[in-house]
Design a protein around this ligand. Structure first.
Ligand SMILES: [Zn+2]
Length: 149
């Protein structure tokens, strides 16, 4: 049975992780209460309003990441995913750029909105919500650069 957070988002999809399944990181699926509260706030204040405004299904490819998952996939050490404050999303019928522009143009109270490598949109909601929008691009040396945009 799925635990519904909002009409269109469940706790299970916010905890999804192929890496955790593959490496048996069971803590990925039993996060502390403060993480569950942050995921709930992210869905209520940002993801559900975007979903309703779009009227299109949103696919969450990564929400919460336990420390071992975050390390394994090379996530930033201070990633908001670790605190349950961020989600990477895609909409199948839109390009990543279209989704990014749609969210940016709305009045959603996000902290950071990042167009990542034309592959997904990262959106976060936390204690502070700066409505900062950025583009992540890969440099030749493998490092990531964040450009305003
Ligand atoms: Zn992300």
């Amino acid at each position: 049975m799925a635990t519904q957070i909002t009409p269109h988002f469940t706790m299970e999809e916010m905890l999804t992780s192929q890496t955790a399944i593959r490496f048996r990181y069971s803590e990925q699926f039993t996060p502390p209460n403060n993480v569950k509260q942050s995921l709930t706030a992210l869905c209520q204040h940002v993801l559900e309003p975007i979903r309703v405004a779009l009227a299109k299904p949103i696919r969450v490819s990564s929400g919460y990441r336990c420390l071992r998952v975050n390390t394994k996939i090379g996530g930033a050490r201070n990633s908001q995913h670790i605190d349950g404050e961020a989600a990477d999303i895609q909409v199948l019928s839109m390009t990543v750029e279209e989704l990014y522009q749609f969210i940016k143009a709305g009045n959603f109270p996000y902290d950071q909105l990042i167009q990542e490598f034309d592959s997904w949109v990262h959106v976060s909601f936390g204690p502070r919500n700066r409505r900062q929008s950025l583009r992540a691009v890969k440099l030749g040396n493998g490092h990531t650069k964040y450009l305003p945009g």
